[in-house]
Ligand binder design. Structure first.
Ligand SMILES: C[S@@+](CC[C@H](N)C(=O)[O-])C[C@H]1O[C@@H](n2cnc3c(N)ncnc32)[C@H](O)[C@@H]1O
Length: 201
């Protein structure tokens, strides 16, 4: 399967980065999408793991649903969070995977990763690593991950096939993908696909 991409990808990425820099530096602001701890609680996020994640991270939570509802993360697993943002899902997964596990977060927005890093430090969590990178080109070895999680990110990438190829490459045989994302059930017109305001909104 190939995806026809006509939108200006560099411009789109810079607008997405601008939006999520604002989510991480001005979390109290109202955005067109829901954010923050009350939203994560409404989505049924696992407790007590959510309660232990500091506000500096959860205030910038911008997920769309709850990827943990799709299956358990067991002690010792290696988990990859695609587009980890400020680290809510990452730090919940790190508590579930435990000290024998490893949780890797990848995101392209520096200020989001800064929040995730600071919260991991504040929680004394040492089994996470963070990479500033595009999810279209993952800094991970083949077949090195047990579970890929992602929340509200793949919908922001024009060439989704490249992302799924990367997921397929890094997941070990029998590994799992637990995605929460926005799905549209009708064909999106070519005009709408090129409108960056509709991607970032
Ligand atoms: C809607 S937020 C979700 C963040 C996090 N998953 C959460 O639930 O709070 C989208 C995140 O995806 C990141 N992102 C978008 N496109 C990306 C790409 N191509 N590569 C890496 N990160 C990307 C943004 O920087 C942002 O942090």
């Amino acid at each position: 399967m190939t995806t026809e991409v006509t939108v200006d990808v560099e411009l789109l990425r810079s607008e997405i980065e601008k939006t999520y820099t604002e989510v991480s530096t001005e979390p109290a602001r109202d955005f067109i999408f829901p954010t923050g701890r009350a939203w994560a609680e409404q989505l049924g996020y696992p407790q007590p793991e959510l309660a232990r994640v500091p506000d500096q991270t959860v205030a910038s939570f911008a997920g769309v649903a709850n990827p943990f509802s799709l299956g358990p993360i067991e002690q010792g697993m290696t988990v990859l969070d695609l587009g980890c943002g400020a680290g809510t899902d990452l730090l919940i997964a790190a508590q579930m995977a435990g000290e024998r596990g490893r949780v890797v977060g990848v995101d392209m927005t520096t200020t989001m990763l800064d929040r995730a890093r600071a919260s991991a430090r504040a929680m004394g969590i040492t089994n996470v690593e963070l990479h500033e990178s595009l999810i279209e080109s993952l800094p991970l070895a083949d077949a090195s991950v047990d579970i890929v999680i992602s929340n509200g990110v793949i919908d922001l990438v024009p060439d989704k096939q490249v992302v799924f190829d990367e997921i397929d490459r890094v997941l070990r045989p029998g590994g799992r993908l637990q995605v929460a994302d926005v799905v549209i059930h009708t064909e999106v017109s070519a005009d709408a696909r090129d409108r960056i305001d509709l991607w970032t909104g």
